[in-house]
Write a protein that binds this ligand. Structure first.
Ligand code: DGL
Length: 258
């Protein structure tokens, strides 16, 4: 196989990383993709560091065995736990991770109030603490661990009373804080952005890291002369650790959602 025709591997704890896959496909439609979701073990956000590392390494190896030309870790939690270890282990292959899109949110206004929603692990890990330190002087930053939201997306429950109740409970302490920007620091959350928006004041702006990851992936592949050439559209193949047709149909639904 021509080197440029090799697929790009995309990995997440479940179906959330499809929000990143959408950005990749929209920026590089001619590429082939293999998306692996570990829905059997989702959510990762409440597991221990060791558990997330072991699962991530196993799934990334599974993608590498399929001769992918790059790996996108479309999961903030797995990125914060493992991306530096993976890069050391596989120095010859681009491994692109994702982190909460704090920078554009902070730069959106002068000293904005920024709420960062992410999994308990992402919020707790050193990677996020470093990121936060970088912008601390330029904004009021409120990190918020959001256990439970990813599970709704895994079930394909993207709206409704039960989700609304959970969001109201998580977000109630911030209702009077004049939040300007919300960072969706988990790749599952863009799929419930409208429901999140419905419980927050109108003026709030949302930020997520998906398009930045797509641009970075393209830049890395272009730098190595590894972009697939031509106008022919590429393919998207879904793999999931839950061998359940309902998960695969949810994957297609999420990829085709607006
Ligand atoms: N999609 C993952 C992320 O971006 C996390 C969801 C989970 O807890 O598994 O952090």
């Amino acid at each position: 196989m021509e080197q440029q025709n090799r697929p790009i591997g995309v990995f997440d704890s479940g179906v959330g990383g499809i929000s990143v896959l959408k950005e990749l496909v929209s920026l590089m439609p001619q590429e082939h993709y293999i998306y692996y979701g570990d829905s059997r073990n989702a959510p990762y956000g409440g597991k221990t560091l060791e558990e997330v590392r072991a699962l991530t390494e196993e799934k990334v190896l599974h993608l590498l065995r399929q001769n992918v030309k790059a790996v996108v870790i479309a999961c903030n939690t797995a990125t914060s736990a493992d991306v530096s270890i993976l890069r050391q282990r596989y120095p010859d292959i681009p491994i692109i991770g994702i982190e909460p899109a704090l920078k554009p949110a902070v730069l959106s206004a002068s000293c904005p109030r920024v709420l960062v929603m992410a999994t308990p692990m992402t919020i707790r890990e050193e990677k996020f603490r470093h990121l936060m330190e970088q912008y601390q002087g330029q904004a009021q930053i409120y990190p918020l661990a959001c256990p439970g939201i990813a599970e709704f997306v895994e079930r394909g429950e993207l709206q409704g009373e039960r989700l609304q109740e959970l969001l109201e409970r998580l977000l109630a302490p911030y209702f009077d804080m004049e939040i300007n920007a919300v960072v969706l620091g988990c790749t599952h959350y863009p799929f419930v952005r409208e429901t999140i928006a419905s419980v927050l004041p109108d003026r709030v702006q949302f930020y997520d890291g998906g398009s930045g990851v797509a641009r970075e992936t393209k830049r890395r592949l272009a730098g190595m002369g590894m972009l697939r050439i031509g106008d022919e559209k590429g393919t998207v193949e879904f793999e999931n650790s839950l061998d359940d047709p309902r998960v695969l149909s949810l994957c297609c639904q999420l990829l085709n959602s607006k």
